[in-house]
Design a protein around this ligand. Structure first.
Ligand code: TYD
Length: 224
Protein backbone atom coordinates (compact mmCIF):
# COMPACT_ATOMS: atom_id res chain seq x y z
CA UNK A 1 0.00 0.00 0.00
CA UNK A 2 1.28 3.48 -0.81
CA UNK A 3 2.34 5.53 2.18
CA UNK A 4 2.69 9.28 2.36
CA UNK A 5 6.48 8.88 2.28
CA UNK A 6 6.31 7.26 -1.17
CA UNK A 7 4.72 10.35 -2.62
CA UNK A 8 6.26 13.35 -4.28
CA UNK A 9 5.32 16.82 -3.09
CA UNK A 10 2.56 17.31 -5.66
CA UNK A 11 1.05 13.93 -4.85
CA UNK A 12 -0.65 14.37 -1.55
CA UNK A 13 -2.67 11.86 0.39
CA UNK A 14 -5.09 12.79 3.10
CA UNK A 15 -3.74 11.57 6.43
CA UNK A 16 -6.64 10.50 8.65
CA UNK A 17 -7.70 7.60 6.50
CA UNK A 18 -9.47 4.52 7.74
CA UNK A 19 -8.45 2.30 4.85
CA UNK A 20 -10.39 -0.73 6.12
CA UNK A 21 -13.59 1.27 5.54
CA UNK A 22 -12.72 2.01 1.92
CA UNK A 23 -14.42 0.08 -0.85
CA UNK A 24 -12.09 -2.07 -3.00
CA UNK A 25 -12.24 0.13 -6.08
CA UNK A 26 -11.47 3.79 -6.10
CA UNK A 27 -12.75 6.65 -8.19
CA UNK A 28 -10.73 8.65 -10.69
CA UNK A 29 -11.47 12.31 -11.50
CA UNK A 30 -9.49 14.54 -13.84
CA UNK A 31 -9.30 18.35 -14.11
CA UNK A 32 -8.67 19.80 -17.56
CA UNK A 33 -8.68 23.21 -19.21
CA UNK A 34 -6.52 25.78 -20.96
CA UNK A 35 -3.83 27.62 -19.02
CA UNK A 36 -5.44 30.24 -16.77
CA UNK A 37 -8.73 28.32 -16.36
CA UNK A 38 -7.96 27.87 -12.65
CA UNK A 39 -7.93 24.06 -12.63
CA UNK A 40 -4.92 23.68 -10.27
CA UNK A 41 -6.53 25.94 -7.64
CA UNK A 42 -9.89 24.21 -8.02
CA UNK A 43 -8.32 20.71 -7.88
CA UNK A 44 -6.52 21.64 -4.63
CA UNK A 45 -9.75 23.05 -3.15
CA UNK A 46 -11.73 19.93 -4.12
CA UNK A 47 -8.97 17.77 -2.59
CA UNK A 48 -9.16 19.72 0.70
CA UNK A 49 -12.97 19.54 0.88
CA UNK A 50 -13.10 15.80 0.08
CA UNK A 51 -10.33 15.07 2.56
CA UNK A 52 -12.29 16.88 5.27
CA UNK A 53 -15.64 15.26 4.46
CA UNK A 54 -14.92 11.70 3.27
CA UNK A 55 -13.87 8.77 5.41
CA UNK A 56 -11.66 7.59 2.58
CA UNK A 57 -8.19 8.10 1.14
CA UNK A 58 -8.00 11.02 -1.31
CA UNK A 59 -4.95 11.55 -3.57
CA UNK A 60 -4.13 14.74 -5.49
CA UNK A 61 -1.68 14.21 -8.32
CA UNK A 62 -0.75 16.03 -11.55
CA UNK A 63 0.83 15.87 -15.00
CA UNK A 64 3.54 16.47 -16.00
CA UNK A 65 4.30 14.27 -12.98
CA UNK A 66 6.99 14.86 -10.37
CA UNK A 67 8.96 11.76 -11.39
CA UNK A 68 12.18 11.86 -13.43
CA UNK A 69 9.99 11.30 -16.50
CA UNK A 70 8.06 14.46 -15.63
CA UNK A 71 11.44 16.21 -15.30
CA UNK A 72 12.26 15.07 -18.86
CA UNK A 73 9.03 16.68 -20.06
CA UNK A 74 9.90 19.96 -18.31
CA UNK A 75 13.46 19.85 -19.66
CA UNK A 76 12.14 19.32 -23.19
CA UNK A 77 10.03 22.50 -22.76
CA UNK A 78 13.11 24.48 -21.77
CA UNK A 79 15.44 23.09 -24.40
CA UNK A 80 12.95 22.72 -27.26
CA UNK A 81 12.21 19.44 -29.07
CA UNK A 82 9.97 18.58 -32.01
CA UNK A 83 6.21 18.27 -31.38
CA UNK A 84 6.38 14.50 -32.00
CA UNK A 85 9.24 14.05 -29.51
CA UNK A 86 7.40 16.18 -26.94
CA UNK A 87 4.27 14.05 -27.46
CA UNK A 88 6.15 10.81 -26.80
CA UNK A 89 7.68 12.26 -23.62
CA UNK A 90 4.26 13.31 -22.26
CA UNK A 91 2.90 9.83 -23.03
CA UNK A 92 5.92 8.07 -21.45
CA UNK A 93 5.44 10.14 -18.29
CA UNK A 94 1.73 9.20 -18.35
CA UNK A 95 2.43 5.46 -18.76
CA UNK A 96 4.49 5.53 -15.56
CA UNK A 97 2.08 7.84 -13.71
CA UNK A 98 -0.85 5.58 -14.66
CA UNK A 99 0.76 2.67 -12.81
CA UNK A 100 0.82 4.78 -9.62
CA UNK A 101 -2.80 5.82 -10.21
CA UNK A 102 -3.77 2.16 -10.72
CA UNK A 103 -2.32 1.21 -7.31
CA UNK A 104 -4.15 4.04 -5.53
CA UNK A 105 -7.42 3.00 -7.20
CA UNK A 106 -6.86 -0.65 -6.26
CA UNK A 107 -6.51 0.54 -2.66
CA UNK A 108 -9.91 2.25 -2.89
CA UNK A 109 -8.69 5.85 -3.07
CA UNK A 110 -10.38 8.81 -4.71
CA UNK A 111 -7.72 10.01 -7.15
CA UNK A 112 -7.79 13.58 -8.46
CA UNK A 113 -5.42 14.40 -11.32
CA UNK A 114 -4.61 17.92 -12.45
CA UNK A 115 -4.38 17.11 -16.22
CA UNK A 116 -4.29 13.67 -17.89
CA UNK A 117 -4.51 12.32 -21.44
CA UNK A 118 -6.99 14.95 -22.72
CA UNK A 119 -4.18 17.53 -22.25
CA UNK A 120 -2.09 15.66 -24.80
CA UNK A 121 -5.01 15.33 -27.22
CA UNK A 122 -5.74 19.06 -26.95
CA UNK A 123 -2.24 20.62 -26.66
CA UNK A 124 -0.22 18.25 -28.84
CA UNK A 125 -3.23 17.97 -31.19
CA UNK A 126 -2.89 21.73 -31.71
CA UNK A 127 0.94 21.61 -31.89
CA UNK A 128 0.92 18.77 -34.45
CA UNK A 129 -1.85 20.22 -36.63
CA UNK A 130 0.58 22.07 -38.97
CA UNK A 131 2.30 18.71 -39.65
CA UNK A 132 -0.50 16.13 -39.48
CA UNK A 133 -3.65 18.24 -39.99
CA UNK A 134 -6.88 16.94 -38.48
CA UNK A 135 -5.36 13.44 -38.24
CA UNK A 136 -3.25 14.57 -35.28
CA UNK A 137 -5.97 13.96 -32.66
CA UNK A 138 -6.69 10.47 -34.03
CA UNK A 139 -2.99 9.55 -33.81
CA UNK A 140 -2.83 10.86 -30.23
CA UNK A 141 -5.91 8.89 -29.24
CA UNK A 142 -4.41 5.63 -30.51
CA UNK A 143 -1.11 6.41 -28.77
CA UNK A 144 -2.82 7.08 -25.42
CA UNK A 145 -5.37 4.30 -25.60
CA UNK A 146 -3.20 1.43 -24.26
CA UNK A 147 -1.58 3.72 -21.66
CA UNK A 148 -4.51 5.26 -19.79
CA UNK A 149 -7.20 4.34 -17.29
CA UNK A 150 -10.44 5.95 -18.36
CA UNK A 151 -11.44 8.53 -15.70
CA UNK A 152 -14.86 8.27 -14.04
CA UNK A 153 -15.29 11.96 -14.85
CA UNK A 154 -13.19 14.62 -16.55
CA UNK A 155 -14.05 18.15 -15.45
CA UNK A 156 -13.37 20.50 -18.34
CA UNK A 157 -13.05 24.05 -17.03
CA UNK A 158 -13.94 26.43 -19.85
CA UNK A 159 -12.99 30.09 -20.12
CA UNK A 160 -12.46 32.22 -23.23
CA UNK A 161 -8.77 31.93 -24.25
CA UNK A 162 -8.44 35.75 -24.00
CA UNK A 163 -9.56 35.59 -20.33
CA UNK A 164 -7.07 32.78 -19.68
CA UNK A 165 -4.29 34.90 -21.13
CA UNK A 166 -5.28 37.86 -18.93
CA UNK A 167 -5.29 35.67 -15.80
CA UNK A 168 -1.80 34.42 -16.73
CA UNK A 169 -0.33 37.87 -17.25
CA UNK A 170 0.42 38.13 -13.51
CA UNK A 171 2.64 35.05 -13.60
CA UNK A 172 6.33 35.35 -14.37
CA UNK A 173 6.90 32.08 -16.13
CA UNK A 174 5.08 31.45 -19.38
CA UNK A 175 5.14 28.17 -21.27
CA UNK A 176 5.44 28.20 -25.04
CA UNK A 177 1.82 27.00 -25.14
CA UNK A 178 0.46 30.23 -23.68
CA UNK A 179 -0.35 32.14 -26.87
CA UNK A 180 -3.93 33.09 -27.62
CA UNK A 181 -4.19 31.63 -31.16
CA UNK A 182 -2.74 28.35 -29.96
CA UNK A 183 -5.03 28.27 -26.91
CA UNK A 184 -8.07 28.81 -29.19
CA UNK A 185 -7.18 25.62 -31.06
CA UNK A 186 -6.57 23.76 -27.75
CA UNK A 187 -9.99 24.99 -26.56
CA UNK A 188 -11.67 23.76 -29.78
CA UNK A 189 -10.20 20.26 -29.40
CA UNK A 190 -11.21 20.09 -25.71
CA UNK A 191 -14.81 21.03 -26.64
CA UNK A 192 -14.91 18.37 -29.38
CA UNK A 193 -13.68 15.74 -26.89
CA UNK A 194 -16.39 16.76 -24.41
CA UNK A 195 -19.07 16.38 -27.09
CA UNK A 196 -18.07 12.86 -27.98
CA UNK A 197 -17.40 11.53 -24.45
CA UNK A 198 -20.23 11.52 -21.92
CA UNK A 199 -17.83 11.21 -18.97
CA UNK A 200 -16.69 14.81 -19.64
CA UNK A 201 -18.43 17.40 -17.47
CA UNK A 202 -18.20 20.90 -18.91
CA UNK A 203 -17.88 23.61 -16.27
CA UNK A 204 -18.18 27.36 -16.80
CA UNK A 205 -14.95 28.50 -15.13
CA UNK A 206 -15.68 32.23 -15.41
CA UNK A 207 -17.43 32.02 -12.00
CA UNK A 208 -15.68 32.29 -8.63
CA UNK A 209 -13.39 29.51 -7.34
CA UNK A 210 -16.06 28.70 -4.70
CA UNK A 211 -18.79 28.32 -7.33
CA UNK A 212 -16.66 26.11 -9.57
CA UNK A 213 -15.49 24.00 -6.60
CA UNK A 214 -19.10 23.59 -5.38
CA UNK A 215 -20.33 22.39 -8.78
CA UNK A 216 -17.54 19.81 -9.03
CA UNK A 217 -18.05 18.55 -5.46
CA UNK A 218 -21.75 17.98 -6.16
CA UNK A 219 -20.91 16.01 -9.31
CA UNK A 220 -18.35 13.87 -7.44
CA UNK A 221 -20.67 13.20 -4.51
CA UNK A 222 -23.44 12.05 -6.85
CA UNK A 223 -20.99 9.69 -8.60
CA UNK A 224 -19.38 8.06 -5.55
P1 TYD B 1 0.43 22.99 -16.20
O1 TYD B 1 -0.72 22.18 -15.74
O2 TYD B 1 0.13 24.38 -16.59
O3 TYD B 1 1.60 22.90 -15.12
P2 TYD B 1 2.09 23.99 -14.07
O4 TYD B 1 1.44 23.59 -12.80
O5 TYD B 1 3.57 23.79 -14.10
O6 TYD B 1 1.63 25.35 -14.52
O7 TYD B 1 1.14 22.21 -17.41
C1 TYD B 1 2.27 22.78 -18.04
C2 TYD B 1 2.03 22.90 -19.54
O8 TYD B 1 2.15 21.60 -20.15
C3 TYD B 1 0.68 23.45 -19.90
O9 TYD B 1 0.88 24.57 -20.78
C4 TYD B 1 -0.01 22.34 -20.63
C5 TYD B 1 1.13 21.49 -21.11
N1 TYD B 1 0.78 20.04 -21.32
C6 TYD B 1 0.77 19.52 -22.61
O10 TYD B 1 1.03 20.24 -23.58
N2 TYD B 1 0.49 18.20 -22.80
C7 TYD B 1 0.20 17.36 -21.77
O11 TYD B 1 -0.06 16.14 -21.99
C8 TYD B 1 0.23 17.90 -20.42
C9 TYD B 1 -0.05 17.00 -19.25
C10 TYD B 1 0.52 19.25 -20.24
Amino acid sequence: MTTENDLTTRERVSSDVQSEAAPPHGRFYVFEGIDGAGKSTVARRVFEKLTASMNRKVVLTSEPSDSWLGDCVRRSHREGVSPTCETLLFVADRADHTERIRKWLENGAIVLSDRYYASTLAYQGAALKPFLGEKSVEWLKSLNDPVVIHPDMTFLLLIPPETGMKRLSGRNERTKFEKVGFLREVDRIYRDLAEEDETFVVIDASGTIDEVTGTILEAIKSNI
